[in-house]
Design a protein around this ligand. Structure first.
Ligand SMILES: NC(=O)C1=CN([C@@H]2O[C@H](COP(=O)(O)OP(=O)(O)OC[C@H]3O[C@@H](n4cnc5c(N)ncnc54)[C@H](O)[C@@H]3O)[C@@H](O)[C@H]2O)C=CC1
Ligand SMILES: O=C(O)[C@H]1O[C@H](OP(=O)(O)OP(=O)(O)OC[C@H]2O[C@@H](n3ccc(=O)[nH]c3=O)[C@H](O)[C@@H]2O)[C@H](O)[C@@H](O)[C@@H]1O
Length: 443
């Protein structure tokens, strides 16, 4: 795609999951984009044509956009922001000690770029930030002439490119109509619903979306627990309720509890935002509590699978953990339920031998720290060899086609705990193994 001569120049600050996807996709849509980051390793990889994250289709689109002359990468934000018409902030907003969102990355970048921006530039906040943050960003910029627009992002890791280019909606919130229109125009070639609103509502939409989705999963996990008690099958129940248009079939997959870089921090931030404004969002507090119970329920399943009682120690038990990322299709280990559950098993004395297709070879120090004290295997069967129990924690497709005869042969124990309902119980049983899933009847 060639760059139209009137194309706005876009600077994207932060090339993580959101920033890189945003930069690459906006360049793909024909805009003139420069992606900036302070991480030398990332910028070196990007300039060499390698995406630093696992994300379907991203590297190919990136190569096309670079070849078309629409996309560049820069170390640091100066001088890119000096000539930018629109600057996207795609910076981390991690959880602070009290559960609130930590805005430090966003405000320090805003303070840095404020004095550098040309007078007609617009700053777009794509990071997930508490309601009212547009005012905080504006104050940090220190510029009365620069409008701040909220344009929250709804992409999922693993399908980020698809989600960006085929969104259910694009939300653009600003208190200055002209700035809102300039940002909305960047998405004009997408066939989607545009939700144009004020900045505070746009910021609230993002937290309410993530909160609602987390609630849906906590709900289905609770129904799965009930199914186990009453002998019903959660797969049938989820199908039965999901066909009601008002409920919908998505986000009704039971599992080990929701995790990842956003739901855990955003659900807590929502509780914190509400409290700051005098409202006790008790529903959301329970959604979080149910999720924590779900992790604990998985540990109980592991304990039961090796013939121990609830609460017993797991000394002498080797757990073969299949999957470490917070879901399939991503290499992200941040707040992964798999890690939480395995750490709990470890605290009870279990040894962990883990396999994940994205946790291989030389890991960067952050990832290596996440899986510290795990024995890392290079194949699923290698992890299983001599273990006392197999626990499927991430729904990687390769686990649903495991050679169960070989598992049976090499496993010291006799049970697969399937925290993702990714295996067929009858096939597992036919291989001579016990099957323990989520909300599935024990036949
Ligand atoms: N990961 C996801 O799927 C989604 C994340 N979000 C939100 O988007 C925001 C960003 O999240 P991720 O992309 O996951 O974060 P990330 O941690 O993957 O990426 C952030 C990037 O910002 C860079 N950075 C930090 N300070 C900088 C500075 N001063 N100048 C330039 N670059 C700097 C870091 O080096 C890093 O590459 C967060 O608020 C998150 O809640 C929203 C939707 C989806
Ligand atoms: O703000 C964000 O960062 C993003 O958070 C989620 O995206 P993501 O964290 O990439 O992953 P999801 O696919 O939503 O899964 C989150 C967690 O819920 C779990 N999950 C999801 C769906 C389901 O039916 N059951 C279930 O247990 C997943 O395994 C995972 O642990 C949202 O889906 C995105 O819309 C949002 O932009």
């Amino acid at each position: 795609m060639s760059t139209p001569s009137t194309a706005p120049r876009i600077a994207v600050i932060g090339t993580g999951y959101v920033g890189l996807t945003t930069g690459v996709c906006l360049a793909h849509l024909g805009h003139d984009v420069i992606c900036c980051d302070i991480d030398q390793r990332k910028v070196d990889l990007l300039r060499a044509g390698t995406a630093p994250i696992v994300e379907a289709g991203l590297e190919d689109l990136m190569a096309d956009a670079v070849a078309a002359g629409n996309l560049e990468f820069a170390l640091g934000n100066d001088p890119a922001v000096r000539t930018a018409d629109v600057v996207f902030l795609c910076l981390p907003t991690p959880q602070g000690d009290d559960g609130s969102a930590d805005l430090t990355y966003v405000t320090s970048a805003a303070r840095e770029i404020g004095p550098l921006l040309p007078s007609d530039a617009v700053v777009v906040n794509k990071s997930t930030v508490p309601v009212g943050s547009h005012k905080v960003v504006k104050a940090a910029l220190g510029r009365d002439d620069i409008a701040v627009v909220s344009n929250p992002e709804f992409l999922r890791e693993g399908s980020a490119v698809h989600d960006f280019l085929h969104p259910d909606r694009v939300v653009v919130g600003a208190d200055v109509p002209d700035a809102r229109e300039r940002v909305s125009a960047l998405y004009s070639s997408l066939d989607t619903e545009m939700i144009e609103t004020d900045a505070a509502s746009a910021e609230a939409i993002k937290y309410a979306s993530n909160g609602f989705l987390a609630m849906k999963i906590s709900f289905i996990n609770s129904v799965a627990a009930l199914c186990e008690s009453v002998g019903a099958d959660i797969e049938a129940v989820a199908r039965g309720i999901g066909t009601d248009d008002r409920i919908g079939p998505k986000f009704l997959k039971p599992g080990p509890g929701w995790g990842g870089s956003c739901f855990p921090k955003d659900s807590r931030a929502l509780v914190s935002i509400a409290l700051d404004h005098g409202y006790d969002f008790s529903l959301m507090r329970y959604v979080i509590e149910v999720n924590e119970q779900q992790h604990q329920r998985m540990v109980h399943k592991i304990t039961a699978a090796v013939g121990r009682n609830d609460g017993d120690r797991l000394d002498g038990v080797t757990v073969a953990a299949l999957g470490l990322t917070f879901k399939a299709g991503t290499d992200d280990l941040r707040d992964s339920p798999a890690l939480r559950i395995l750490r709990k098993a470890q605290q009870r004395g279990a040894a962990i031998r883990a396999y994940d297709p994205t946790v291989q070879g030389d890991l960067d120090p952050y990832r290596a720290g996440q899986v510290q004290n795990f024995d890392l295997a290079t194949t699923a069967l290698d992890a299983v060899d001599g273990a006392d129990v197999v626990v499927v924690l991430t729904e990687w497709p390769e686990f649903s086609t495991l050679d169960l005869a070989k598992v049976k042969e090499s496993l010291a124990g006799d049970t697969i705990v399937d925290c993702r309902n990714t295996l067929d119980p009858a096939t597992v049983r036919a291989a001579g193994l016990h099957y323990s899933g989520i909300g599935r009847p024990n036949l």
